[in-house]
Design a protein around this ligand. Structure first.
Ligand SMILES: Cc1cc2nc3c(=O)[nH]c(=O)nc-3n(C[C@H](O)[C@H](O)[C@H](O)COP(=O)(O)OP(=O)(O)OC[C@H]3O[C@@H](n4cnc5c(N)ncnc54)[C@H](O)[C@@H]3O)c2cc1C
Length: 321
């Protein structure tokens, strides 16, 4: 309830205005988001790359509901990929692509065409693309586009979410040879009919999915900051005779950088997911919702700096503070 309230608040235009202007908010935004433009993203990617980290870059765009908007996002990705090549970063940076930003919300054919153009641009740059996963309604569509793009772009990857009850079944296919799958817990509010609700159930599902991926023939990526799951992944790798370079850990920019560096020092490949762009509000809302203590501190900062009426109407956030 509280988590969905913070996500709603991040969607609220008054809150977005305050966040953009409030000096106290800038530190939190900079922690999770590289910046509003490609230059800032390239700077962060270069800095991480020199520390031995790999990077996923995502251009943040709210779900796009018309063709021109999807084309603009596609062009932005193509430009990003060209720059990675020019900057000599294509070897360590790949593109993270939410299909909702290139047409999936209104027309899956447009999403497929645009994703193909972005994969082509990635190939020309010398890198590759991973398809992000939106809410459960989009899983079939995303996997369908993955299957259709794989013959031409065999290095394309995809995200799956352990909180979805269907994911173990999906992994039966996705653990096959050549697949690159990033396993996450899942970040959206999903109903009980399709998703596990408790942390314990989600974590157990994560471990079951991890076992399937580790015993499979693909390249698993564990997108988590959960120390227990990271420890289990290392154990399972040893159990299945996997070398340290046959799988990857991936974490979000701004979350537990010390852990990222410890893993790199121990010889595990670690990728950092770095988002950038002007539409960072929803992303920030999801990150704050992932971490209730950060969310509370942030909400208190908002209340201290701005009177209630400045932010009105903000769904539920005030009542629950
Ligand atoms: C690389 C990557 C890509 C992702 N892509 C997707 C996607 O396509 N679709 C999707 O639904 N979800 C995606 N997610 C989000 C994911 O589903 C989770 O919501 C998020 O990663 C938090 O889960 P966790 O596994 O870190 O475990 P949690 O149990 O939530 O967190 C474990 C620990 O990590 C730390 N932590 C986690 N989040 C934060 C934070 N925001 N701030 C500070 N500390 C934090 C805390 O110490 C926490 O105790 C992605 C996550 C990663 C890492």
């Amino acid at each position: 309830m509280f988590r969905s309230a913070i996500r709603d608040a991040a969607d609220n235009s008054a809150v977005q205005r305050v966040l953009s202007e409030a000096p106290f908010a800038q530190g939190v935004i900079r922690r999770f988001v590289a910046g509003e433009n490609l230059e800032a993203a390239i700077d962060v990617a270069r800095s991480l790359s020199t520390q031995g980290l790999r990077i996923s870059l995502e251009y943040l765009a709210d779900p796009i509901v018309e063709r021109d908007g999807a084309a603009r996002v596609t062009n932005n990705y193509a430009e990003m990929l060209r720059r990675l090549a020019v900057e000599g970063l294509a070897g360590s940076v790949e593109a993270a692509l939410p299909l909702s930003a290139v047409g999936q919300v209104f027309d899956r054919h447009t999403a497929y065409d645009n994703a193909g153009l972005i994969c082509e641009a990635a190939r020309e740059a010398g890198t590759r693309v991973t398809l992000e996963m939106h809410t459960h309604q989009y899983v079939d569509g995303t996997l369908d586009i993955l299957r259709r793009l794989r013959p031409d772009f065999p290095d394309i990857g995809v995200v799956v979410q352990a909180y979805l009850k269907r994911t173990e079944g999906d992994i039966a296919e996705l653990a096959g040879p050549g697949y690159r799958v990033r396993l996450t817990k899942g970040t959206y509010d999903e109903p009980e009919s399709v998703a596990y609700q408790s942390r314990a159930e989600i974590d157990k599902s994560y471990v079951r999915c991890m076992n399937l991926l580790m015993s499979g023939e693909g390249y698993p990526v564990f997108g988590t900051h959960d120390l227990r799951l990271i420890t289990i992944a290392k154990e399972r790798a040893a159990w299945h005779g996997r070398t340290r370079d046959s799988f990857e850990f991936e974490m979000l920019h701004g979350v537990n950088a010390a852990l990222q560096r410890r893993l790199v020092a121990a010889g595990y490949p670690v990728r950092v997911y770095v988002p950038y762009g002007e539409q960072w509000h929803r992303y920030l809302g999801r990150r704050l919702a992932d971490r209730p203590t950060a969310m509370l501190a942030f909400a208190k900062g908002l209340r201290r700096h701005y009177p209630r009426e400045t932010l009105h109407p903000v769904p539920k956030m005030h009542e629950e503070q």
